[in-house]
Design a protein around this ligand. Structure first.
Ligand code: SAH
Length: 210
């Protein structure tokens, strides 16, 4: 099966699972996910599953990437987005295909180097990346219209909420392994409004760099 045909099948499946946003589906239909994983796993690139990317980390399941992107852009298309947990770079590339500028932070140097190589290969020039502890965000570039965290912390990170624009939106998995929930947070009349979007399973948000 050609990778385009495999991607078309994946899109049919995601549509069946409830992904509705055409803009997101169109990006996933175009973007070569097989370039974001090891060649040995490339034949599985268009299955709707998370896959290992080395260093004990995973590239998120396509459904989760689609859903998180959809809920991030639902109310308004953000202009500047911060992603925490670059990993393979796939989610970042999806965002970069939709918004003006993406900032991404990864704590594992080797993963970040691989992701940067993929961004160059695909000609994605609207991504800035940084090797750091993403729990601190990227204060020099704040505020962001949207922030997406792709690793699960025990709590929402205050530093990240502080870096959100007044009408911004943050999407993050929060909670211990086995009991994580995907949260969407927006500023409300009296403080942060949290919306629970359901159970998810992410690798943990860790401190420090490696
Ligand atoms: N968005 C990625 C998902 C990768 S898994 C993708 O599309 O492939 C989550 C990533 O978050 C891992 O690479 C992990 O190293 C990274 N991570 C965990 N804690 C972090 C932290 N405090 N700061 C930055 N990255 C972190």
């Amino acid at each position: 099966m050609t990778s385009q045909r495999a991607r078309d099948r994946l899109i049919e499946r995601l549509t069946g699972e409830g992904i509705r946003d055409r803009r997101v589906l169109d990006v996933l239909r175009q973007l070569p996910r097989h370039l974001f994983i090891d060649e040995a796993l490339a034949t599985r690139a268009y299955e709707d599953t998370a896959l290992p990317i080395g260093q004990g980390q995973t590239i998120s399941q396509p459904y989760v990437v689609a859903r998180m992107t959809e809920v991030l852009i639902e109310h308004a298309m953000p202009r500047r987005v911060l992603e925490i947990g670059t990993g393979s770079g796939y989610q970042c590339a999806v965002l970069a295909s939709l918004v003006e500028q993406v900032y991404t932070v990864e704590r594992i140097d080797e993963l970040l180097r691989n992701a940067r190589r993929r961004f160059r290969k695909l000609g994605l020039s609207n991504i800035r990346s940084r090797h750091d502890d993403g729990r601190l965000g990227w204060p020099e570039e704040a505020p962001f219209d949207a922030i997406m965290v792709t690793a699960a912390g025990a709590e929402l990170e205050e530093a990240l909420l502080d870096q959100l624009a007044a009408d911004g939106v943050l999407v993050a998995p929060v909670g211990p392994p086995g009991r994580q929930e995907l949260l969407r947070v927006r500023a409300g009349a009296d403080g942060w409004q949290r919306e629970n979007l359901g159970a998810v399973s992410f690798v943990p948000l860790l401190g420090g760099v490696a």
